[in-house]
Design a binder for this molecule. Structure first.
Ligand SMILES: [Ca+2]
Ligand SMILES: [Ca+2]
Ligand SMILES: [Ca+2]
Ligand SMILES: [Ca+2]
Length: 491
């Protein structure tokens, strides 16, 4: 037979998952086959209502462990206790010891966001007044208010003492007149709360996003102290626009689908901002790139005498339209007018300029006026020079073929004379293909008729114009870039 300890915890302590109170719930017993309240004392018989050897009291069925005045179920006297209210809910412990060594099984962990105030409660569940003559602290904690001694606590009452806790090993000792329990000590180890961790699952840093409708954005967000549902998570794009927010799921997974229409083209930074219940903020930024395979051209306003792009006035970029049709099929020519399948909507007294890349390469496309309505008689005369395209370009389609003539100037330069006259229809044409990254297209506007502007369109429908009050001025177009995202070069 083994002489052991049998430890009971009150229900509320069990719920809170803490070490059981030590001492008042402990009785010597024979612990061969476990122990129960019924086997507490095999010598005397606790609970029979008869005070016997080894019992402080015995009130029979009135013995209870959850009421202040009554004899305990192990026939011991109700005695004071010290409890610590911490951020991990109530940490309760009574150490009937004044030894400086920390009994590890009785150390309570407090998790602190910083210096925090938490209450130490001295309770008196006994029959008589409790007089506390000393209250001392070792380690990084301090009283918030000075105490006056003795502290007198009536039976069944308790006294709360607020301490400011800092990170470290701390113990609190109470000296009182509790019979046989004059020196109580409770131990705590206060540790610092740690910030959350963020693990980007997809898309990882450097990912080039394709044209797919939805991109799964996923991260695993965990915190050593705080369950995922207590964490605040905000996903943002590089402009600070919130893309998604809310707590992660039980496993710490935060995810959403990023729609194509919300993704801007090109390199960009995405961020996740996570805040735990301590206010620890972790901001994680990484880079992705939204791919767009359409080509980008720059447009410059060309004033009199200017012959180099560097001397021209930059107006903006246009991105090519793309499609499955050939450039001429896409032009949609009928009733003497252009009706682009993919391209800008003809609007009025203006010349529309855009690039289309279909089955036959990148094509400069332009047309003036409206199919029905618009000008009742107008003339547009352009001289167009193309260079650094290996002379691959030629007139693919002239709205009225005789209105655009073409000639070779040199091995890297061609010259087109466009001489349009139209009434209630459009005139224009398609010149292609443009290949490589060096080509330039210079348009010398000789006459613009009743056209008020030239408008340059991008595939997303955005546009800008020459904004020239005196009719259409001359302009130049040069290739700028193709794919919006470049693959990282291999070392
Ligand atoms: Ca008894
Ligand atoms: Ca935390
Ligand atoms: Ca014509
Ligand atoms: Ca026409």
């Amino acid at each position: 037979m083994t002489l052991g300890l049998c430890i009971f915890a009150r229900d509320d302590q069990m719920k809170n998952n803490f070490q059981t109170a030590f001492g008042i719930w402990v009785a010597a017993t024979l612990a061969m086959a476990g122990c129960s309240k019924d086997s507490l004392n095999t010598l005397a018989s606790c609970g029979n209502g008869v005070l016997e050897l080894g019992e402080f009291c015995d009130d029979g069925n009135l013995n209870a462990d959850d009421q202040p005045y009554v004899c305990r179920t192990d026939c011991t006297e109700p005695v004071p206790s010290i409890q610590i209210d911490g951020p991990t809910r109530m940490a309760s412990n009574v150490g009937f010891t004044d030894t400086p060594d920390v009994p590890l099984q009785h150390v309570h962990n407090l998790i602190l966001c910083g210096a925090e105030e938490h209450v130490v409660t001295i309770s008196n569940p006994g029959w008589a007044e409790l007089k506390v003559s000393e209250f001392s602290i070792t380690g990084p904690a301090e009283l918030v208010e000075a105490l006056e001694f003795p502290l007198v606590i009536a039976p069944g009452e308790e006294r709360e003492i607020t301490l400011r806790w800092m990170v470290g090993d701390i113990s609190v000792a109470v000296v009182s007149d509790a019979p046989g329990k004059e020196r109580l000590r409770v131990y705590a180890e206060a540790v610092a709360d740690t910030p959350p961790t963020v693990d980007i699952v997809s898309p990882i840093n450097g990912t080039i996003l394709g044209e797919q409708e939805e991109v799964l954005m996923q991260a695993t967000i965990l915190d050593a102290e705080n369950p995922p549902e207590t964490l605040s998570v905000v996903w943002k794009d590089q402009n600070g626009t919130v893309l998604h927010s809310g707590a992660p799921d039980d496993l710490g997974v935060s995810e959403f689908s990023w729609a194509r229409e919300d993704r801007v083209v090109g390199p960009q930074t995405v961020s996740i901002e996570v805040v735990d219940s301590c206010g620890h903020e972790v901001n994680t930024l990484w880079n992705v790139c939204q791919q767009q395979l359409a080509k980008t051209m720059g447009v410059w306003l060309v004033n009199e005498g200017v012959t180099a792009i560097e001397d021209a006035i930059y107006l903006g970029d246009i991105v090519s339209y793309t499609g499955e049709l050939s450039s001429s099929a896409n032009y949609g020519y009928y009733s003497a007018s252009a009706h682009p399948v993919v391209g800008p909507e003809p609007l009025g007294f203006e010349t529309n300029v855009y690039f289309y890349e279909g089955t036959d390469g990148l094509a400069l496309t332009f047309f003036s006026n409206l199919d029905a309505g618009g000008s009742d008689d107008s003339t547009v005369n352009w001289d167009i020079r193309t260079s650094n395209n290996n002379n691959l370009d030629s007139v693919l389609l002239g709205d009225e073929p005789s209105e655009i003539s073409e000639s070779i100037v040199s091995s890297q330069e061609k010259f087109y004379q466009a001489r349009f006259r139209y009434w209630a229809n459009t005139d224009g044409g398609v010149i292609d293909p443009f290949v490589g990254g060096d080509f330039e297209i210079w348009v010398d506007v000789l006459e613009s008729g009743d056209n008020t502007d030239a408008v340059f369109y991008s595939a997303d429908g955005t546009s800008f114009s020459l904004s020239n009050d005196a009719g259409i001025a001359s302009f130049a177009i040069a290739f700028k870039s193709d794919a919006a995202c470049t693959e990282p070069s291999n070392p």
